[in-house]
Write a new protein. Structure first.
Lengths: 345, 288
């Protein structure tokens, strides 16, 4: 009883004059932490973009030959090479490109001449829509199942969702996608389109219909992993003293689960979800290939095969930036979610 | 008295239920052993040649000659599944082995030394994670040529960051333990402490995770072969076989279905065994 009461009674002993110092102390480390992260992430961006320049440079096959065409004479190829500035050293090209990026110029595609920013602008919304919808669906299914499974472990729902989850997690995406196509877009019934993508502004309903199967394909395995993760974190949270405290106050189980236990249990879930969003934004090549969706993944793969360096650079830059930004958001979310992190940082 | 007599058996049955190994555990081991044995002894088994077309068997169903039927070229599916297991398992085991070894050593260094070592490794980790894995693998295959060792190398590189992170986190916990402090007080050199005190305690959790990663990499290898970026065609691989039946999916689904089912069951077994093993470590850790 006294043990429980002591923590809240400690602040008065420090007195009002001592108050500003702890507050200042709590803010500065958080700021320093954010600044340190920013420097680190900037380094990551520089390293990734430089690495991609090196990798692209090492790729066999000459971009100038690809662009000039099969019938080009050596002089024409040389002319193209100079036009594309491929005759200059790697480091110069990288710095030049970096200067362009800083001023908002990503260059234009070697192949089509289309500005890279415009090409990315067409693809990113598609990848973004599918990624976010798939994540939301996965969380929507996983969170309630996990909360109930943690509340009553070993019950039918827990065991059933665990069994189904094991199967879902072992299902390769390309197999699941093929099965979905057979079931919903051909073999048994034709209620959904198997391939193609309809932009939302063109036809909202058609858009939804065209992304149902891709989203399902992406979502299934993730929902299974999320449920498992949240369930085990939640079970360990439910062992904590503050849960016992909430129960002894006579709060309803629903309140305890959703208001007290869910928030401190959601750290691993948010981390993994963030990592997955970053990974999926960078292209869901398999799903895009299966369902013929013009997303970022297809663009990147085509750019590699076409030796379309500028396009590839731009796309990789976006992927790296997405990774970095999402990492930042997750870091800040920790601070929002758990006051203990704010203090300990 | 009667109350305690009644209560006692209830407790023991509950305990026994928790102790009993579920039948799925044995099924998973039997399946996995069968796949591994078949893969190892594939050249010795009395099978059809995996690349030999039998024109009577094109799109063939299940027959006594061809246990799982034939594919679009009439090649024996059963033989190809068995031979495909060699490629899938080899890629999974080797890539995870290399990744765990390199990532494990780097992770222990990062976790034990901290400071600049840790910061540099965190940077390397983030760079690999921020670089799309597929591009890296396409690049490696394009630069060095499509072959099994290059594929393994690419996948190993992709797995290193995860192993660094896992080992680092485990090392941080182990390094706090008394025997590490004692070794340091003895005046042991840091590398000796890492090798003799920390590594034995880090190996098991990393191995349990690595086991699950083998399943993941079997799927990744399948996905790459599915996209035509994996093991080059004459060599049978599960992903390649599934992709090969894609055009006939509606008329002859079994061409894709059998390799897909084998892959699914193998990955399922690995996940199940790995998950159970990992949980046993968790319990032991919390008891310490």
């Amino acid at each position: 009883m006294t043990d429980m009461l002591t923590p809240p009674t400690t602040p008065p002993t420090t007195g009002p004059t001592a108050e500003p110092t702890p507050r200042a102390r709590t803010r500065r480390p958080a700021l320093r932490r954010i600044r340190k992260r920013l420097v680190h992430l900037l380094l990551v961006l520089l390293a990734v973009t430089f690495l991609s320049f090196v990798v692209v440079d090492l790729l066999p096959g000459d971009a100038a030959v690809v662009v000039a065409g099969d019938n080009a004479t050596p002089e024409q190829v040389q002319q193209v090479r100079v036009e594309l500035q491929l005759d200059r050293p790697l480091l110069v090209r990288y710095l030049d490109w970096l200067g362009g990026v800083v001023t908002g110029d990503l260059g234009s595609s070697f192949r089509t001449g289309q500005p890279v920013a415009e090409a990315l602008g067409q693809r990113i919304p598609v990848s973004f829509e599918i990624t976010i919808l798939a994540q939301l669906l996965a969380l929507l299914i996983a969170v309630p199942l996990a909360v109930y499974s943690a509340y009553r472990p070993g019950r039918l729902l827990d065991r059933a969702s665990m069994t189904v989850g094991f199967g879902a997690a072992a299902m390769p995406q390309f197999v699941l996608g093929m099965v979905l196509i057979v079931v919903f877009a051909g073999g048994f019934m034709s209620i959904l389109p198997a391939t193609g993508y309809v932009p939302f502004l063109e036809n909202p309903l058609g858009n939804l219909r065209s992304i149902v199967l891709p989203c399902l394909t992406l979502m299934v395995a993730e929902a299974a992993v999320y449920r498992q993760l949240l369930r085990s974190d939640m079970i360990s949270t439910l062992q904590e003293d503050f849960i016992l405290m909430a129960r002894s106050k006579g709060l309803r189980p629903r309140t305890i689960l959703l208001r007290h236990a869910l928030r401190p249990s959601s750290f691993s879930l948010i981390t993994l979800s963030g990592v997955n969003i970053g990974r999926l934004l960078g292209g869901t090549v398999i799903v895009e290939t299966l369902f013929a969706i013009p997303g970022l993944g297809q663009l990147i793969v085509q750019a590699v095969f076409n030796r379309d360096y500028m396009l590839l650079q731009g796309a990789l830059l976006f992927v790296a930036v997405a990774y970095v930004v999402i990492n930042m958001i997750i870091d800040l979310l920790y601070l929002v979610l758990d006051p203990r992190v704010r203090r300990d940082a | 008295m009667p109350e305690t007599v009644e209560a006692a058996p209830q407790v023991t049955t509950a305990g026994a239920r928790a102790e009993r190994t579920p039948w799925g555990w044995w099924v998973a081991w039997v399946w996995l052993s069968a796949v591994v044995l078949a893969a190892v002894f594939a050249p010795l088994l009395p099978l059809w040649g995996p690349a030999v077309p039998d024109y009577a068997n094109v799109f063939g169903g299940i027959t006594p000659q061809h246990w799982l039927g034939g594919d679009t070229l009439g090649r024996d599916t059963f033989s190809r599944v068995v031979h495909g297991a060699r490629a899938s398992l080899l890629v999974g085991i080797c890539a995870v082995g290399i990744g765990a070894l390199v990532g494990g050593i780097l992770g222990m260094l990062a976790g034990y030394f901290g400071g600049r070592t840790e910061r540099v490794l965190a940077l390397v980790t983030d760079v690999v994670l921020a670089f799309p894995g597929l591009v890296l693998i396409i690049a490696i295959v394009a630069i060095l040529g499509a072959s099994l060792p290059h594929l393994i190398m690419g996948l190993a590189i992709l797995s290193i960051p995860t192993f660094i992170r896992l080992t680092r986190a485990t090392t941080l916990v182990v390094a706090q333990r008394d025997f590490v402090v004692a070794a340091r007080a003895y005046g042991c050199r840091p590398l000796r402490i890492i090798a003799r005190e920390i590594a034995p305690n880090v190996v098991l959790p990393v191995a349990a995770y690595g086991f699950i990663m083998i399943g993941t990499f079997i799927v990744v290898e399948g996905s790459l072969s599915f996209l035509g970026l994996g093991i080059p065609p004459p060599t049978p691989s599960w992903g390649g076989m599934i992709a090969g039946g894609r055009t006939e999916l509606l008329t002859y689904p079994h061409i894709s279905l059998f390799p897909a089912a084998v892959m699914f069951l193998t990955v399922l077994s690995i996940n199940y065994i790995g998950e159970r093993t990992r949980k046993q470590f968790e319990v032991k850790e919390s008891n310490l």
